[in-house]
Ligand binder design. Structure first.
Ligand SMILES: Nc1ncnc2c1ncn2[C@@H]1O[C@H](COP(=O)(O)OP(=O)(O)OP(=O)(O)O)[C@@H](O)[C@H]1O
Ligand SMILES: NC(=O)c1ccc[n+]([C@@H]2O[C@H](COP(=O)(O)O)[C@@H](O)[C@H]2O)c1
Length: 176
């Protein structure tokens, strides 16, 4: 049995890691699909697909999760939303069910007869990536909300500086 979770993971946080563990408790394997992979250096999508792959890989390794049970893949955002679910079937390894709490995604997948499970969420007010990006900019103890590997990686690439520059309105490009 293989479970699929999707997200932009900008950045990957402890809520995401908890979801990986929930899926591995219920399934043999997990597919972690990084969505909007073509977007980067934007306010909602600051990090590249490659950087997000590294953050996720390092976090799983650090948590001693068996990497042979995990696929980490990057997929582009699709222009045609009605055909998104069939795109998922062709772009990803076979999956048996999708873990998502998002009603919009549930509707799209249900319309293609794909099974959707609603996972448990770690406290969403803290564990959400938009909040964490804000905390990084204001130096607000964000490190406790992400795996140590993500904190180290963001330090290494100077993620704070990137977020600061991207969030300045005079330099901001048009968001998708
Ligand atoms: N606190 C959480 N606990 C468990 N799962 C979560 C949590 N937050 C997000 N997820 C899961 O991660 C996926 C979405 O990832 P994504 O990075 O887009 O979320 P996000 O943290 O809400 O990001 P953003 O705030 O940038 O929109 C969803 O499938 C959701 O099920
Ligand atoms: N058109 C598309 O490519 C498309 C459509 C619906 C959802 N998505 C993405 O899939 C992910 C779904 O994540 P959750 O359902 O788990 O919230 C989100 O990152 C969302 O942006 C992409």
């Amino acid at each position: 049995m293989r479970g699929l979770m999707m997200g932009r993971f900008q950045p990957f946080h402890l809520g995401h890691l908890d979801l990986v563990k929930q899926i591995l408790d219920q399934c043999d394997e997990v597919i972690i699909a990084i969505t909007s992979s073509q977007f980067n250096y934007l306010e909602k999508d600051p990090f590249t697909a490659g950087e997000r792959i590294e953050m996720i890989h390092d976090s799983l390794k650090e948590s001693e999760i068996n990497l042979s049970r995990c696929f980490i893949v990057a997929i582009e955002n699709q222009f045609n939303i009605a055909t998104w679910s069939s795109f998922l079937k062709s772009a990803l390894p076979h999956f048996d069910k999708v873990y998502s709490g998002n009603d919009y995604v549930k509707m799209l997948l249900a319309d293609s007869s794909i099974d959707v499970i609603t996972p448990k969420f770690l406290e969403r007010s803290q564990y959400n990536a938009s909040h964490i990006r804000q905390m990084i900019i204001s130096d607000d103890n964000w490190q406790i909300l992400v795996p140590e590997a993500v904190a180290k990686f963001l330090q290494k690439i100077n993620g704070k500086k990137r977020l600061e520059i991207i969030s300045k309105s005079d330099t901001k490009p048009t968001e998708h």
